[in-house]
Design a protein around this ligand. Structure first.
Ligand code: SAM
Ligand code: SF4
Length: 338
């Protein structure tokens, strides 16, 4: 039995076996992931409307264009009214999940955030937050105000690399956040960057084992793309094929979770998001942020879809999803298709 057959049967692999699969051929892995995806989560693709509501960030992650030491960013933050208006537009466009993402921006107090969440929740949508590290009490308040899911990538489980690339942050606190979110009943999503300088295949294998062990409800990952205004300006991009392999393998190890095909992948190759959908992924997060702000949310250069209106982003994606023989989900898109 080869390793792909083994993981399809047992949903288990050890670290050395994961590395071996990642060194192997993509096409057999992608075919296996596609059939497992179909069997466990079906043909529906869940679309989540992404609102990038603030590019202010107090953190200083070496890979990210929003890091606080980057003086080249034209900073913005949407008012509560603007955020609610963008959510209304997303709902009108047909989204059943709104993803609210930002840098770590403390100017949104708990009271302000909970008021925004309650207004958005009254539109009968699921809400995903991706706003970084908070206290247990803050996560609790957001959950009670209507947040359903939370995305917080671990970025890398190689702790020395994590501490090198995330000055001032603690790996233990990132894990504490994920545990708090799980304890509070959120659907928890995490993930990693592929191709960080100094990252090895072994450390990516450890990331994959961490996701499985946790266990997560969603895993989102993508290639690292260097931003010229960061300390990693001169590093090479992460490998797209390796990112696709990691997605496919995660589908085999965690058959019923939600896995997005991410924008960073599409930034490296226009067809990548759809290749990911054919290799295990079942979620896309089209951008609904208004164009004037979207241009300023530059984690990395060349971000795909930067000039598309929210209407166009959705229309283009729907057309491509249908062309793959898949359907657009009309549900909230919780894990296990609730
Ligand atoms: N601030 C929140 C956080 O860090 O969790 C949410 C927003 S942050 C911009 C979302 C994700 O962007 C990060 O988890 C990171 O993996 C990704 N990211 C940042 N810089 C990137 C880069 N240069 N290439 C690819 N992805 C990047
Ligand atoms: Fe801030 Fe998130 Fe970027 Fe880190 S990855 S600098 S926390 S926006």
């Amino acid at each position: 039995m080869n390793l792909i057959e083994k993981v399809m049967q047992s949903q288990q692999l050890n670290k050395a076996e994961i590395v071996e699969v990642l060194l192997g051929d993509y096409s057999e892995l992608a075919n296996a992931a596609d059939s497992v995806r179909k069997r466990y989560v079906g043909d529906e693709v869940h679309l989540r409307g992404l609102i990038e509501f603030s590019n202010h960030c107090k953190q200083n992650c070496c890979y990210c264009g929003l890091r606080c030491e980057n003086r080249e960013v034209d900073r913005y933050r949407l008012s509560p009214e603007e955020i609610v208006a963008e959510a209304k537009l997303a709902k009108a466009l047909g989204y059943r999940t709104i993803v609210m993402q930002s840098g770590e921006d403390d100017s949104y107090s708990v009271d302000k955030m909970t008021a925004i969440l309650k207004q958005i929740k009254s539109m009968d949508v699921a809400i995903t937050l991706s706003i970084g590290e908070k206290t247990y009490e803050e996560y609790k308040a957001y959950k009670e105000a209507g947040a359903d899911r939370y995305l917080l990538r671990i970025e890398t489980t190689d702790q020395s690399l994590y501490h090198k690339l995330n000055p001032g942050m603690r790996f233990e606190n990132r894990v504490r956040c994920l545990e708090d979110l799980q304890r509070l009943g959120y659907e928890v999503g995490s993930g990693c960057l592929i191709g960080l300088p100094g990252q090895t295949l072994e450390s990516i294998a450890e990331d994959i084992l961490f996701f499985k062990e946790f266990p997560l409800d969603m895993v989102g990952l993508g290639p690292f793309i260097p931003n010229p205004a960061t300390p990693l300006a001169d590093c090479g991009s992460g490998n797209l094929e390796l990112s696709l392999k990691v997605i496919a393998l995660i589908r085999l190890l965690m058959p019923d979770i939600n896995i997005p095909a991410t924008t960073a992948m599409e930034t490296l190759d226009k067809t990548a998001r759809f290749r990911a959908l054919q290799g295990g992924a079942n979620v896309i997060m089209p951008n609904v942020t208004s164009l004037s702000y979207r241009k300023k949310y530059q984690l990395y250069p060349g971000k795909s879809g930067i000039d598309d209106t929210p209407q166009k982003s959705r229309a283009v994606i729907c057309e491509k999803v249908l062309a793959l023989g898949r359907t657009i989900s009309e549900g909230y898109g919780f894990r296990n298709n609730k």
